[in-house]
Design a protein around this ligand. Structure first.
Ligand SMILES: [Fe+2]
Ligand SMILES: [Fe+2]
Length: 195
């Protein structure tokens, strides 16, 4: 096993921790924008993704605590992407970043961790990568539906559910306000293939 202080895995864990914290913050910002745009279901989903990212951040932080000496600071070089608040570009960039974590970054970190003798770290990088793939698919579907004005429309009758009161109805397009609780259409669940 490569000594943790000298390992690339230590730096990769710190990078992954920083990246997950940033993802969590950006999803909170996007959730605020979704609320401002009246897309309340999207706001709920983005808040859930933000919680997922904080849980991932903790997994990486816990490994640094487990293997690292009690150090005050770890210096890393990392990218700090800045994405717009606007939902359409924000969702697209977020989906692309998730795909890259799933397809490239975390599998590479897992291989390095395995080579350096940290199998437990490698396994968690791979598990988290599968979640990032789900995030990518959810965000990409939201982006595509928003871009084509299909968030609240389906080509064939579909079940819509009000996320406020639980009322369900089957239609190509839900009513503008929920017939039960009167909340705006943004409270209706949209159909997401991974949900
Ligand atoms: Fe994550
Ligand atoms: Fe993610």
């Amino acid at each position: 096993m490569v000594e943790f202080e000298k390992s690339q895995t230590k730096r990769n864990l710190a990078r992954a921790f920083a990246g997950e914290c940033q993802d969590g913050a950006r999803y909170q910002f996007l959730a605020q924008q979704a609320k401002a745009d009246g897309e309340n279901y999207m706001m709920d989903l983005l808040k859930m993704l933000a919680k997922n990212e904080m849980a991932h951040a903790k997994v990486f932080y816990d490994f640094i605590l487990k293997y690292g000496k009690c150090e005050k600071n770890i210096d890393i070089e990392a990218g700090f992407p800045v994405t717009p608040y606007a939902l359409e570009p924000g969702l697209k960039l977020a989906a692309d970043a998730e795909f890259s974590q799933f397809d490239n970054v975390y599998p590479a970190f897992a291989r390095i961790a395995r080579d350096e003798g940290y199998d437990d770290v490698a396994d968690q990088f791979l598990r988290i990568a599968t979640v990032e793939d789900c995030h990518n698919k959810q965000l990409r579907e939201l982006y595509s539906k928003l871009k084509h004005n299909k968030l609240h429309k389906e080509p064939s009758p579909t079940k819509w559910k009000c996320s406020k009161c639980g009322y369900e109805e089957t239609a190509k397009q839900p009513q503008k306000t929920c017939p039960l609780c009167n909340y705006a259409v943004g409270y209706y669940m949209i159909k997401l293939s991974d949900n």
